[in-house]
Ligand binder design. Structure first.
Ligand SMILES: NC(=O)c1ccc[n+]([C@@H]2O[C@H](COP(=O)([O-])OP(=O)(O)OC[C@H]3O[C@@H](n4cnc5c(N)ncnc54)[C@H](O)[C@@H]3O)[C@@H](O)[C@H]2O)c1
Length: 449
């Protein structure tokens, strides 16, 4: 079924029980580096003694990217678009953001297969000034619409000094941080935001009215310092974290989520089915109102400004509607968008910004001051000597460096998804299936939030 593996590939493929210990050591070392991200947890066995489902298989980034690109091609994307989409997706895995990388491929694949997403969108500017544009994404894959609209923002910034693009009728665009990273290549400060399927309750509410609406912004230093990349969801955790906990049969932390009764809920499966996440900050006492304000800002810049779907009117675009509970957005909000009826605008919305640094200050002077800023903050006296102050972006750069060298640890549940995709569309897997023990792996249907 699979082509002969080269010795380089074999190096990347962790096999069977014998190598599991080494793999675990490797991933747990990385986990230590990334503890502050709170993304990893390699503790504990699953229910009924099942094999821990966050065990991983190391796969070469290049092979993984090729697999994703080939799957997108099979789904009808053009060759350039498939390449762009695969780049953005694998960047998430390389940067250690496992919830938004190849783990989401099954969701994208299902949406493309079921014709929920348009594989060949006609992405068009519907209104513009020298420095701003509103774009209609024609219900394309966000991993394609996003990079193209970010490009428009950068083109406008090149001419006008700054560029701002609000996008409607698009879909999930992966990690928000991948877009500002592009702006850095042109000595610009980049900003990106997106709204997403509603799974977050506004402070004091107990319904799913907001997405996890992430914000990202990046600032360059000189080559001595890696760029600062600020990139986070405006919910207390992303939805993908609830899915991760569900796979691991782990209770959620307190102050993360509520059940449909509005009371705190620690069971990830209940939250996935009918609960809601809280805004960044959690409850009022822990500043949940500020997270709500940030989420509202993202929703308005992305969706109200572009004339797209906002708040509870955003379709989940999930592969499994159970993830979004039983009260549909349309049922909850009659005035769901300006077009209405069969012409309803689909999907979600994004917002991109690009600012030429030289519009404000000499680029090299800015970068040197950024280096000083970062160096100064690194030298702040830590509370705990073993945990120095970090700069936003540090955990992801550490993951990037490590994974670029050693490969991407793909969770077995995600490998199992890839096996299904491979069988369905005839694209060879980037690992040897016969070497993976899938027993006890808990499959969680991934929503694109
Ligand atoms: N497309 C979507 O709909 C969507 C929705 C939600 C989240 N996401 C993505 O999910 C990813 C993860 O989001 P998250 O909310 O879990 O992020 P997070 O909680 O891991 O926070 C990440 C940010 O905090 C910084 N950081 C972490 N520890 C730090 C420390 N000790 N000191 C200084 N900075 C530190 C990181 O560098 C990064 O900028 C993001 O890439 C986001 O864009 C996407």
């Amino acid at each position: 079924m699979f082509g002969k593996l080269s010795s380089r590939d074999l190096l990347f493929v962790a096999v069977g029980a014998a190598s599991a210990t080494a793999l675990y050591w490797c991933t747990s070392k990385l986990s230590e580096t990334l503890t502050d991200k709170g993304l990893r947890s390699n503790q504990g066995k699953g229910r009924n003694g099942a094999k821990e489902s966050n065990e991983t298989f190391l796969v070469s980034p290049e092979r993984l990217k090729k697999f994703v690109e080939s799957v997108f091609l099979k789904c009808g994307l053009g060759s350039d678009d498939a390449k762009i989409a695969a780049e953005v997706l694998i960047l998430a895995d390389l940067r250690g953001i496992d919830s938004h990388g190849v783990a989401r491929l099954m969701a994208y694949f299902s949406m493309l297969k079921n014709k929920i997403i348009n594989p060949t969108p006609n992405i068009r500017i519907i209104r513009e000034t020298d420095s701003s544009a509103t774009v209609d994404g024609d219900n394309g894959l966000g991993l394609v619409v996003g990079p193209k609209c970010n490009e428009i923002a950068m083109m406008k910034a090149k001419k006008a000094g700054t560029g701002w693009v609000s996008v409607r009728n698009t879909n999930h665009f992966g990690i928000a941080g991948s877009y500002p990273l592009e702006s850095l290549k042109h000595d610009m400060i980049g900003i990106s935001m997106t709204n997403s399927g509603s799974v977050v309750s506004p402070l004091r509410g107990k319904e799913r009215f907001l997405g996890t609406n992430p914000i990202a912004i990046a600032f360059p230093g000189t080559n001595k310092e890696r760029p600062m990349v600020i990139d986070f969801a405006t919910s207390v955790v992303p939805w993908g974290k609830v899915e991760e906990y569900s796979r691991q049969n782990k209770p959620l932390s307190s102050n993360w989520a509520i059940g449909k009764d509005g009371k705190q809920c620690l069971d990830p499966d209940v939250v996935l089915k009918e609960g809601a996440l809280l805004n960044l900050g959690g409850q009022r006492e822990t500043s949940g109102h500020k997270g709500y304000c940030l989420a509202a800002m993202v929703d308005i810049l992305c969706a109200v400004l572009s004339g797209g779907n906002w708040g509870p009117t955003v379709d989940g675009f999930t592969t499994n509607e159970v993830n979004y509970g039983d009260s549909t957005a349309e049922g909850r909000c009659k005035d769901n968008n300006s077009l209405g009826g069969n012409n309803r605008i689909k999907g979600i919305c994004h917002f991109f910004g690009a600012m030429r640094i030289d519009g404000f200050r000499d680029v090299e002077a800015f970068k040197e001051t950024m280096d000083k800023w970062m160096g100064t903050f690194r030298r702040c006296k830590p509370i705990d000597q073993s945990k120095p102050v970090m700069i936003p972006g540090d955990p992801e750069w550490a993951a990037f460096e490590e994974r670029s060298k050693t490969g991407i640890p793909v969770k077995l549940a995600v490998c199992a998804d890839m096996v299904d995709i491979s069988k369905e569309c005839g694209v060879p897997l980037p690992f040897d299936e016969s070497k993976v023990d899938f027993s006890g792996v808990k499959r969680v249907v991934i929503a694109t939030t």
